[in-house]
Design a protein around this ligand. Sequence first.
Ligand SMILES: *[C@@H]1O[C@H](CO)[C@@H](O)[C@H](O)[C@H]1NC(C)=O
Ligand SMILES: *[C@@H]1O[C@H](CO)[C@@H](O)[C@H](O)[C@H]1NC(C)=O
Length: 449
Amino acid sequence: MYTITAGLVALSVISLTAAQQVVYGQCGGIGWTGPKTCVAGSVCTVSNPYYSQCLPGSAPPASSTKPPTTSKTSAQPPPPTTSNTPPPPPPSSSGFVKTSGQRFTLNGAKYTVAGTNAYWLAQNSNADIDKAFADIAAAGLTTVRTWGFNDVTSPQSFGAYYQLWSNGAATFNTGANGIQRFDAVVASAKAHGIRLIVSLTNNWSDYGGMDVYVAQLNPGGTHDTFYTNAKTIAAFKTYIKNFVGRYANEPTIFGWELANEPRCGGSNGTPSSACDVAGSTINTWAKTISAYIKSIDANHLVGLGDEGWFQLSSPPTYPYQANVGIDFTKNLAISTLDFGTFHSYPESWGQGNNETLWGVDWINSHAAQQKAQNKPVLMEEFGVTVNQPSTYTLWWNTVLSSGLAGDLIWQAGSQLSGGASPNDGYAVYPTGPVYPIQKSMAASLKARA
Ligand SMILES: *[C@@H]1O[C@H](CO)[C@@H](O)[C@H](O)[C@H]1NC(C)=O
Ligand SMILES: *[C@@H]1O[C@H](CO)[C@@H](O)[C@H](O)[C@H]1NC(C)=O
């Protein structure tokens, strides 16, 4: 997952001002019906045709009158990107996705999560982001899961990063190669009628993740101290305040996710003895962090982002037993988590000789918990590297028949300006055999009661 498409090279790390809520808020763009003027000290700035935003410090300070529209100051953004595809219909991004029993709702109607993953979106140009969302929307998908993190210890000269760490201190990157890249992801998603599930950190060291917090704030500590160390918890909350707070009123966000695949295990894969492999350590952390997200953003749903491992006393296979620190059943009961998550990678989990049927059972097991706890559950990552059309067809049919709330395949593929989007063996491209199946299954899921 390291493949990154070239992005912007300009570096500008600007400190976040203690802004009123409307600073950083949307102030224009196709389909926007909200406020079009900004509070004092900020100015409405065009990001692209679909998104203008109140940005601080970019108004000409010495002048009390607006500059004529024909003049450009150096602080103004480049002209909107153009795309070969015609502008999409106005987006219907109003209202927040909520839950009702085992289903998601939007403005009182059913909201179907037929989705895909594209972790790499923010690392790309606006045109490539638009291309990816256009492909995804053309398949009838509604929801995309992507990374809302990239922690670096030295400035990156391409793509986007959101936190720059140095000597135990993190700087939130509000610059053009920072959170503004994520603004572009949100704007394009909105323009294509797609909503976003956003993960806020990573168990894995790709794009920084938990291990950077630990190395910076608890040097020498094991991976799992991310969940328990007071400094790493405080730093993660600060990041959440900056990132989540920025989009708290943005309906394009479907929901936040605490982490991608949280586990006890560190870089050698072996959990420290301090982390409870039966699940209490991560359960406690999940309660703390999800409650914190709710305290600063009451609008959005929150999920954990785990792989959905069970803790059965008579486990039929490895992923049903205590070993990685996740107790799916217990975590689903956390009141500040609105939906459950699980992943399915039978080949990586020792089930490669029976992957299709094992996956069917895995879906049914989670759907049973969805029913038992009356809370929606998403299979939010899944993949096999062989027999994809037949395995996915059976799995999608199992999603439909089991009543599971929805699914997001790993992962979306598109032809971008620099070539194919990242392919780890699981990418699904519009010209490939899975795409038409994906499209018809998305339609079936929407049609399901
Ligand atoms: C969690 O992430 C680390 C990278 O930080 C990775 O090495 C480890 O394998 C992951 N844990 C497990 C048990 O997969
Ligand atoms: C394959 O998995 C299914 C579902 O868990 C199980 O019923 C079946 O016995 C397994 N078959 C083999 C050969 O392991």
